[in-house]
Design a protein around this ligand. Sequence first.
Ligand SMILES: [Zn+2]
Ligand SMILES: [Zn+2]
Length: 734
Amino acid sequence: MPTASTPIYARVALPCPLYRVFDYRLAQPGRIAPGSRVRVPFGRRNLVGVVVELSPDTELPPAQIRPLSELLDAQPVVPPDLLALLCWAAGYYHHPIGEVLAQALPALLRQGRPARIEQTRHWQLSAAGRAVDPADLARAPRQAALLSVLTRCPEGADRDRLQHEGLYRRDSLRALVDKGWVEERLETPGLDTPGAGAAAPSLNPAQADAVQAVAEHAGFGCFLLDGVTGSGKTEVYIRAIEQALAAGRQTLLLVPEIGLTPQLMQRLRARLAAPMVILHSGLSERERLNAWVAARDGAARIVVGTRSAVFTPLPAPGLFIVDEEHDPSLKQQDGFRYSARDLLIWRARQQDVPVLLGSATPSLESLYNADQGRYQRLHLPNRAGAASAPELKLLDIRGQPLREGLAEPLLGAMRRHLARGEQVLLFLNRRGFAPTLICHECGWVAACRRCDSHLTLHQRRGRLHCHHCDASQEVPVQCPECGSPDLRGLGYGTERIEQTLQQLFPDHPCLRIDRDSTRRKGQLEALLEQAHSGAARILLGTQMLAKGHHFPGVTLVGILEADQRLFSSDFRASERLAQLIVQVAGRAGRAERPGTVLIQTHHPDHPLLRRLVTEGYAAFAAAALAERRDTGLPPYASLALLRAEATDREAPREFLEQAHALAQQQSGPEIEFWGPVPAPMEKRAGRYRAQLLVQSAARAALHRLLDAWIPVLAESPAARRIRWSVDVDPVDTF
Ligand SMILES: [Zn+2]
Ligand SMILES: [Zn+2]
């Protein structure tokens, strides 16, 4: 017999942009727990949602409450600790709980599919099948087509792949299997085979100290593993993971981008003989769900993934690691704007697990937390083996003749290093041929119609391309204003530098690595192979080259442009620049040959740049932190950024002014507002953008305001007419 306190209502989070949950009546009270998925009527639709709470009462008239349509999980698919994390994250980042849950769950679970590992059928040519010429199968055209496709897939193909080609036919496949030309097998996509358990290298004293500090620690603790590139952070991770494995515990390791860290993945696979799953954006939905279930059931002992992997359920967590903890891609920049690093630290505290933050260039926030005693700092000061750190030098290019952006002293250094048979790496964070196309006759400039920006000239493809909205068009043969054919590229991108290098160094093959040259699957790996084998002598690239890869043959690094970020309106720009310079420099001189890094600049006296070059990253960071303290910026203050955008120029500003007025009624003197102002690039992808920055030295006061303000704002009529968002702890303030 139900009593007055028996829960008869379920509060359900649904995938919709509303800051609330929805009440439904339970058919059979007692058979359901929070974290279970349910199907419910919503308007005229039926949606899959997650029960976040059960309640004996409701604020609505009970007659209005509709019953649940269906209970999808006998056991909650979202365990209580993960549900707690998601509810906390929705509150902290002020994002609708239904959308937060939708982000955290694999797509197949959102669609209501069962939370279990499923095998898929896989077809591959047999040796006999490889000898068959599809042209001989003229009377069975489907079988011939299937054979052709499978010839192109040496690893075999699954149903999705064949359906994609429009060729999935069970009867044709069966016929080929019966003929012995095709082998059918069952695979479990998403699950890796355990690694090899290769022998461990010996640790240097600093590594041994770091491993011991983590080993001796019981329960929650945050460690900042501050180690220069090449100092062996990965080995510390591996030893800590081995300790967790030995204790019967799981490890969750977050990395900024899987594709850019192939060497880390190889090391983990080679060393750790335990089931591991890897979660990244390139997985199929079945692979993702299988990996997720393997982690949740405890079958996967190591989970490696990009930021959304922070939401992976783990029954026995023992160690959390964030590699490259300073990397801005750990913060999601649209929709649900969460920091995976910060959420993992929160999760570590809740689950009483140690968390290891690794970086050669720690964020100012983490250094500050270490200074405050909140994090324990573990230092790896030396490169492994005999390698010495590269030497950084500023190259004053004021008044110097430049050959397509390259100063003579840099070219001279390149000649010397190349003549010695060494490799050279040039870094320029701008792809394309030239960032601007200008008419030499009348001054017309090719601008994007949808953005406040110029179109980048991609000469090889013969196209103008907007790097902000992706708009693209053919390069005009003549100026649309005056008809002159004399159109010229202004400024330099990687494509142009590549062309120049081929002219200046015809005997030294040059390799360009950027988003354009690595668009197709496998291209990046092929280029990296040429870089490592030494076939390429000059490596040229954007920040794709700055992460993760080590090129022992490189002894000279040229950074072509440091200046743009010195004068950016973003207060984090100098921190980013310093991190980028140190990361790029870290690619060079790994072995016994020390590297040299030349930084071209028009501002050789810039104090932060000088500090970085003469005293190193730690001294730079200390000076940059002092500057943040004096100007009251993070980590000495907390920020939230309210953004709005619309096709109408005035609407975002008007909305933010209303929002500002509303906030002022609810806030005290400890809150400061900046704006509303137009965004630094006001028009983007056809929409005008404005922003209001909210700042406070007291984090709690800022969050009290947001708690009171955002729900009211979200319900206001103005908020429904405009696209807006709130970004708590923004990493980009423009
Ligand atoms: Zn013209
Ligand atoms: Zn554009």
